[in-house]
Design a protein around this ligand. Structure first.
Ligand code: SAH
Length: 249
Protein backbone atom coordinates (compact mmCIF):
# COMPACT_ATOMS: atom_id res chain seq x y z
CA UNK A 1 0.00 0.00 0.00
CA UNK A 2 1.21 3.50 -0.81
CA UNK A 3 2.18 5.54 2.26
CA UNK A 4 -0.39 8.04 3.53
CA UNK A 5 -0.03 11.71 2.57
CA UNK A 6 0.14 14.71 4.87
CA UNK A 7 0.41 18.42 4.28
CA UNK A 8 3.41 20.30 5.54
CA UNK A 9 4.03 24.05 5.40
CA UNK A 10 6.49 25.08 2.67
CA UNK A 11 10.12 25.47 3.84
CA UNK A 12 9.61 23.17 6.82
CA UNK A 13 12.58 20.94 6.09
CA UNK A 14 15.55 21.53 8.34
CA UNK A 15 18.48 19.16 8.90
CA UNK A 16 16.67 16.37 7.10
CA UNK A 17 13.72 16.64 9.47
CA UNK A 18 10.28 18.15 9.23
CA UNK A 19 7.53 18.48 11.78
CA UNK A 20 3.85 18.08 10.94
CA UNK A 21 1.35 20.65 12.21
CA UNK A 22 -0.81 19.91 15.22
CA UNK A 23 -3.80 18.96 13.06
CA UNK A 24 -1.79 16.74 10.69
CA UNK A 25 0.03 15.12 13.63
CA UNK A 26 -3.28 14.42 15.32
CA UNK A 27 -4.54 12.79 12.15
CA UNK A 28 -1.42 10.62 11.87
CA UNK A 29 -1.25 9.54 15.49
CA UNK A 30 -4.83 9.47 16.72
CA UNK A 31 -6.82 8.73 13.59
CA UNK A 32 -4.38 6.59 11.59
CA UNK A 33 -2.58 5.19 14.63
CA UNK A 34 0.83 5.68 13.04
CA UNK A 35 3.94 4.87 15.04
CA UNK A 36 7.63 5.65 15.06
CA UNK A 37 9.24 4.09 11.96
CA UNK A 38 6.08 4.26 9.84
CA UNK A 39 6.61 5.63 6.34
CA UNK A 40 4.68 8.65 5.06
CA UNK A 41 4.73 11.28 2.34
CA UNK A 42 4.46 14.99 3.06
CA UNK A 43 3.52 17.50 0.35
CA UNK A 44 3.95 21.25 0.68
CA UNK A 45 1.24 22.41 -1.73
CA UNK A 46 3.84 24.07 -3.98
CA UNK A 47 4.93 20.92 -5.78
CA UNK A 48 7.40 19.70 -3.14
CA UNK A 49 7.09 16.13 -1.89
CA UNK A 50 9.01 14.40 0.91
CA UNK A 51 9.11 10.70 1.64
CA UNK A 52 10.30 9.68 5.05
CA UNK A 53 9.57 7.89 8.28
CA UNK A 54 8.32 8.99 11.64
CA UNK A 55 11.47 9.64 13.66
CA UNK A 56 9.67 10.64 16.81
CA UNK A 57 6.35 11.67 18.27
CA UNK A 58 7.17 14.58 20.54
CA UNK A 59 5.75 15.16 23.99
CA UNK A 60 3.46 17.77 22.46
CA UNK A 61 2.23 14.94 20.19
CA UNK A 62 3.80 16.42 17.07
CA UNK A 63 5.08 14.07 14.39
CA UNK A 64 8.71 14.53 13.48
CA UNK A 65 9.62 13.04 10.11
CA UNK A 66 13.10 11.99 8.96
CA UNK A 67 13.13 12.68 5.21
CA UNK A 68 14.71 10.02 2.97
CA UNK A 69 13.95 11.47 -0.45
CA UNK A 70 12.41 14.51 -2.09
CA UNK A 71 10.36 14.83 -5.26
CA UNK A 72 9.05 17.69 -7.40
CA UNK A 73 5.57 17.92 -8.89
CA UNK A 74 4.34 14.54 -7.73
CA UNK A 75 0.93 13.90 -9.28
CA UNK A 76 0.98 17.12 -11.31
CA UNK A 77 -0.13 17.34 -14.94
CA UNK A 78 2.02 18.74 -17.76
CA UNK A 79 -0.61 21.29 -18.65
CA UNK A 80 -1.55 24.40 -16.65
CA UNK A 81 -5.32 24.19 -16.42
CA UNK A 82 -7.43 27.06 -15.10
CA UNK A 83 -11.11 26.62 -14.38
CA UNK A 84 -13.12 29.84 -14.27
CA UNK A 85 -16.56 28.87 -13.06
CA UNK A 86 -19.68 30.86 -12.28
CA UNK A 87 -19.94 31.33 -8.56
CA UNK A 88 -23.02 29.78 -7.00
CA UNK A 89 -24.60 29.87 -3.59
CA UNK A 90 -24.31 27.12 -1.00
CA UNK A 91 -21.87 24.26 -1.27
CA UNK A 92 -22.05 23.60 -5.02
CA UNK A 93 -18.87 25.49 -5.68
CA UNK A 94 -17.13 23.23 -3.13
CA UNK A 95 -17.96 20.32 -5.42
CA UNK A 96 -16.44 22.15 -8.37
CA UNK A 97 -13.23 22.77 -6.38
CA UNK A 98 -13.02 19.21 -5.09
CA UNK A 99 -13.56 17.51 -8.45
CA UNK A 100 -11.50 20.07 -10.35
CA UNK A 101 -8.56 19.49 -8.00
CA UNK A 102 -8.79 15.74 -8.53
CA UNK A 103 -8.72 16.33 -12.28
CA UNK A 104 -5.59 18.49 -12.13
CA UNK A 105 -6.81 22.10 -12.15
CA UNK A 106 -3.99 24.49 -11.14
CA UNK A 107 -6.06 27.61 -10.59
CA UNK A 108 -9.73 28.27 -9.89
CA UNK A 109 -11.35 31.59 -10.69
CA UNK A 110 -14.79 32.15 -9.11
CA UNK A 111 -16.69 34.18 -11.69
CA UNK A 112 -19.45 36.66 -11.06
CA UNK A 113 -21.63 36.58 -14.15
CA UNK A 114 -24.39 38.88 -15.28
CA UNK A 115 -27.23 36.47 -14.58
CA UNK A 116 -25.88 34.84 -11.40
CA UNK A 117 -27.50 36.02 -8.22
CA UNK A 118 -24.23 35.92 -6.33
CA UNK A 119 -22.47 39.15 -5.52
CA UNK A 120 -19.43 39.51 -3.37
CA UNK A 121 -19.20 43.25 -3.01
CA UNK A 122 -18.15 42.80 0.56
CA UNK A 123 -14.42 41.97 0.41
CA UNK A 124 -14.50 40.32 3.83
CA UNK A 125 -17.19 37.88 2.70
CA UNK A 126 -15.25 37.15 -0.47
CA UNK A 127 -12.13 36.36 1.56
CA UNK A 128 -14.13 34.02 3.81
CA UNK A 129 -15.41 32.17 0.77
CA UNK A 130 -11.95 31.85 -0.72
CA UNK A 131 -10.54 30.61 2.59
CA UNK A 132 -13.19 27.88 2.63
CA UNK A 133 -12.41 26.86 -0.96
CA UNK A 134 -8.72 26.71 -0.07
CA UNK A 135 -9.53 24.18 2.63
CA UNK A 136 -11.52 22.07 0.18
CA UNK A 137 -8.63 22.23 -2.31
CA UNK A 138 -6.11 21.22 0.35
CA UNK A 139 -8.12 18.16 1.40
CA UNK A 140 -8.67 17.15 -2.24
CA UNK A 141 -4.97 17.63 -3.03
CA UNK A 142 -4.01 15.14 -0.31
CA UNK A 143 -6.77 12.72 -1.16
CA UNK A 144 -5.78 12.52 -4.84
CA UNK A 145 -2.03 12.47 -4.07
CA UNK A 146 -1.04 15.71 -5.73
CA UNK A 147 1.70 17.97 -4.44
CA UNK A 148 0.34 21.32 -5.64
CA UNK A 149 -2.53 23.00 -3.87
CA UNK A 150 -4.55 24.74 -6.56
CA UNK A 151 -4.71 28.48 -6.19
CA UNK A 152 -8.12 30.07 -5.63
CA UNK A 153 -8.38 33.56 -7.09
CA UNK A 154 -10.51 36.25 -5.49
CA UNK A 155 -13.91 36.33 -7.21
CA UNK A 156 -13.91 38.49 -10.36
CA UNK A 157 -16.54 39.59 -12.81
CA UNK A 158 -16.75 37.80 -16.14
CA UNK A 159 -15.64 40.94 -18.00
CA UNK A 160 -12.59 41.46 -15.80
CA UNK A 161 -11.61 37.82 -16.18
CA UNK A 162 -11.68 38.09 -19.98
CA UNK A 163 -9.13 40.92 -19.72
CA UNK A 164 -6.78 38.52 -17.92
CA UNK A 165 -6.55 35.86 -20.59
CA UNK A 166 -4.60 35.97 -23.82
CA UNK A 167 -3.55 33.95 -26.85
CA UNK A 168 -0.76 32.08 -25.01
CA UNK A 169 -3.43 29.65 -23.81
CA UNK A 170 -6.25 27.70 -25.42
CA UNK A 171 -9.36 29.49 -24.15
CA UNK A 172 -12.68 27.65 -24.12
CA UNK A 173 -16.12 28.76 -23.04
CA UNK A 174 -18.67 26.00 -22.51
CA UNK A 175 -22.11 27.07 -23.60
CA UNK A 176 -25.19 25.06 -24.65
CA UNK A 177 -26.07 26.61 -27.99
CA UNK A 178 -26.28 25.70 -31.64
CA UNK A 179 -23.13 27.71 -32.34
CA UNK A 180 -20.99 25.72 -29.89
CA UNK A 181 -18.65 23.10 -31.38
CA UNK A 182 -17.41 19.76 -30.04
CA UNK A 183 -14.20 19.83 -28.01
CA UNK A 184 -12.31 17.99 -30.79
CA UNK A 185 -12.56 21.17 -32.87
CA UNK A 186 -11.20 23.46 -30.19
CA UNK A 187 -7.54 23.47 -31.19
CA UNK A 188 -6.10 21.36 -28.36
CA UNK A 189 -2.91 19.58 -29.43
CA UNK A 190 0.10 17.74 -28.09
CA UNK A 191 1.81 21.15 -27.83
CA UNK A 192 -0.89 22.71 -25.65
CA UNK A 193 0.61 23.88 -22.36
CA UNK A 194 -2.07 26.19 -20.97
CA UNK A 195 -5.84 25.87 -21.08
CA UNK A 196 -8.50 28.15 -19.62
CA UNK A 197 -11.94 26.62 -19.20
CA UNK A 198 -14.91 28.93 -18.61
CA UNK A 199 -18.24 27.53 -17.42
CA UNK A 200 -21.32 29.36 -16.23
CA UNK A 201 -23.40 29.22 -13.09
CA UNK A 202 -26.92 27.76 -13.19
CA UNK A 203 -28.50 30.65 -15.17
CA UNK A 204 -25.76 30.46 -17.81
CA UNK A 205 -24.16 33.33 -19.74
CA UNK A 206 -25.95 36.35 -21.16
CA UNK A 207 -25.87 37.09 -24.90
CA UNK A 208 -23.57 40.08 -24.22
CA UNK A 209 -21.13 37.89 -22.29
CA UNK A 210 -21.06 35.34 -25.09
CA UNK A 211 -20.44 38.08 -27.67
CA UNK A 212 -17.58 39.51 -25.60
CA UNK A 213 -15.99 36.07 -25.34
CA UNK A 214 -16.41 35.26 -29.03
CA UNK A 215 -15.03 38.67 -30.04
CA UNK A 216 -11.94 37.81 -28.03
CA UNK A 217 -11.48 34.63 -30.04
CA UNK A 218 -12.56 32.33 -27.23
CA UNK A 219 -14.00 29.11 -28.63
CA UNK A 220 -17.55 28.10 -27.67
CA UNK A 221 -17.66 24.39 -26.83
CA UNK A 222 -20.63 22.07 -26.51
CA UNK A 223 -21.09 19.25 -24.03
CA UNK A 224 -23.87 17.67 -26.05
CA UNK A 225 -27.62 17.78 -26.20
CA UNK A 226 -28.30 17.60 -22.50
CA UNK A 227 -27.93 20.57 -20.15
CA UNK A 228 -25.62 19.72 -17.29
CA UNK A 229 -25.81 21.37 -13.92
CA UNK A 230 -23.05 23.91 -13.33
CA UNK A 231 -21.30 21.66 -10.79
CA UNK A 232 -21.38 18.80 -13.30
CA UNK A 233 -20.33 20.88 -16.31
CA UNK A 234 -17.11 22.24 -14.73
CA UNK A 235 -15.64 18.86 -13.79
CA UNK A 236 -16.85 17.25 -17.04
CA UNK A 237 -15.17 19.98 -19.08
CA UNK A 238 -11.93 19.48 -17.10
CA UNK A 239 -12.09 15.71 -17.58
CA UNK A 240 -12.61 16.01 -21.33
CA UNK A 241 -9.77 18.50 -21.76
CA UNK A 242 -7.39 16.45 -19.60
CA UNK A 243 -8.31 13.30 -21.49
CA UNK A 244 -7.75 15.03 -24.84
CA UNK A 245 -4.27 16.00 -23.61
CA UNK A 246 -3.45 12.44 -22.51
CA UNK A 247 -3.56 13.23 -18.80
CA UNK A 248 -6.10 10.60 -17.80
CA UNK A 249 -4.28 7.51 -18.96
N1 SAH B 1 -29.90 27.75 -18.81
C1 SAH B 1 -28.50 27.84 -18.94
C2 SAH B 1 -27.88 26.52 -18.56
C3 SAH B 1 -26.71 26.69 -17.74
S1 SAH B 1 -25.99 25.20 -17.23
C4 SAH B 1 -28.13 28.23 -20.39
O1 SAH B 1 -28.96 28.13 -21.26
O2 SAH B 1 -26.97 28.64 -20.63
C5 SAH B 1 -24.59 25.84 -16.41
C6 SAH B 1 -23.32 25.92 -17.23
O3 SAH B 1 -22.86 24.59 -17.54
C7 SAH B 1 -23.45 26.60 -18.57
O4 SAH B 1 -23.31 28.00 -18.46
C8 SAH B 1 -22.31 25.97 -19.36
O5 SAH B 1 -21.08 26.59 -19.06
C9 SAH B 1 -22.29 24.54 -18.84
N2 SAH B 1 -23.10 23.60 -19.63
C10 SAH B 1 -24.13 22.83 -19.20
N3 SAH B 1 -24.60 22.04 -20.18
C11 SAH B 1 -23.84 22.30 -21.27
C12 SAH B 1 -23.84 21.81 -22.61
N4 SAH B 1 -24.70 20.90 -23.02
N5 SAH B 1 -22.91 22.29 -23.48
C13 SAH B 1 -22.02 23.23 -23.08
N6 SAH B 1 -21.99 23.75 -21.83
C14 SAH B 1 -22.89 23.30 -20.93
Amino acid sequence: MEPPIFYVEPDSLSDGLLVLSKAESHHAVKVMRMKQGDVLIAVDGLGGGFRGEIAKITREKLVEVRVHSQTRNMGEPQVVLTLAAGLSTGSKFDTVIEKGTELGVKRFVPLITEKSKVTVDDPKRARTKVARYEKVALAAMKQCRRSYRPEIAQPVTFTDYLKEIGPESVNLIFHPSAGSRPLEESGLSAHTRRVNIIVGAEPGFSAEEMNLALDKGIKAVSLGRRILRAETAGPVACALVMNALGELR
